[in-house]
Design a protein around this ligand. Structure first.
Ligand SMILES: O=P(O)(O)OC[C@H]1O[C@H](O)[C@H](O)[C@@H](O)[C@@H]1O
Length: 260
């Protein structure tokens, strides 16, 4: 079996494997990728040792799916409701050399208060596929209703940084960007690939890329992050932070392909 059910903390999850041994774990809570090991066995994703793993709040680490609002750019929940909603695993298996899993969330899946606060019919689908040293995340938003909807979206990826290593990012600024303290920047109109410590990050559909790390002071104030853990990750997030219109019947697609 290449797609199996498992648990992560207290959360039901799906394990996806490719025939040659790459592996990922996605919790149904948030359709949240919490682990990605390339076929060489190396963990590429950071998860905080202090993250809640019981569904009481969003996970700290992994790949939170941000929808329909980015951060506090709107009147809804911070970073939207997708990361704290329970998704359904609707398909999975092997296609060629790739193992994959498909997750779906619709308006009907939302808790009543959440559904009431965002009264738009939609289908959100996340496809997680992997082989060898490559991870492909494809996020689709379909307007299944009869009115225009506006949404922002991001894949808030926490990349693992080894102990003693620095996070060095190229492709966003004229000089390499080395993370040594707090950073929270939005880069607009991303076209070319981004490099992080030998990994290649390619995005399409998403217009922007957000780079975030809390640095030591803000990390100390986050209850779900250890004081030193800020040195063990950097977030590079394909994102469209400003709301985009989606007409009835339309589907928007955002992709993120990471090659280790
Ligand atoms: O703590 P969270 O709600 O998960 O948000 C974590 C971070 O997300 C994004 O990267 C934003 O740009 C940051 O301003 C924010 O602090």
């Amino acid at each position: 079996m290449t797609t199996t059910t498992t648990t992560y903390g207290h959360l039901p999850a799906i394990r996806i494997a490719s025939p040659e041994g790459a592996e990922a774990i996605v919790t149904l809570f948030g359709a949240h990728l919490v682990s990605w090991k390339s076929a060489d066995g190396k963990q590429r994703i950071f998860m905080s040792e202090h993250s809640a793993l019981d569904g009481s709040k969003a996970l700290r680490g992994g790949v939170p799916v941000i929808f329909p609002q980015f951060a506090e750019r709107g009147t809804g929940m911070r970073h939207g409701f997708a990361r704290t909603a329970t998704w359904r695993h609707v398909a999975g298996g092997v296609e060629g050399t790739m193992g994959y899993g498909l997750f779906e969330l619709t308006h009907a899946d939302l808790a009543p208060q959440v559904a009431e606060a965002w009264p738009h019919e939609f289908a959100l689908r996340l496809r997680v596929a992997l082989h060898d040293k490559e991870l492909q995340l494809v996020l689709e938003v379909e307007n299944t209703g009869e009115d225009l909807l506006q949404f922002a979206a991001a894949l808030h990826t926490y990349f693992h940084i080894d102990a003693g290593e620095e996070a060095r990012i190229t492709g966003l600024e004229a000089a390499p960007l080395v993370i040594r303290d707090k950073i929270d920047r939005i880069y607009r109109h991303i076209g070319a690939p981004i490099q992080l410590n030998g990994m290649r990050l390619e995005q399409s559909g998403f217009r922007d890329a957000v780079v975030w790390n809390p640095g030591p002071a803000d990390a100390a104030a986050l209850s779900d992050l250890g004081d030193d853990e800020w040195q063990r990750f950097v977030c590079i997030e394909p994102a469209s932070v400003d709301p985009m219109p989606l007409y009835p019947g339309e589907t928007w697609t955002g992709r993120h392909v990471v090659t280790a």
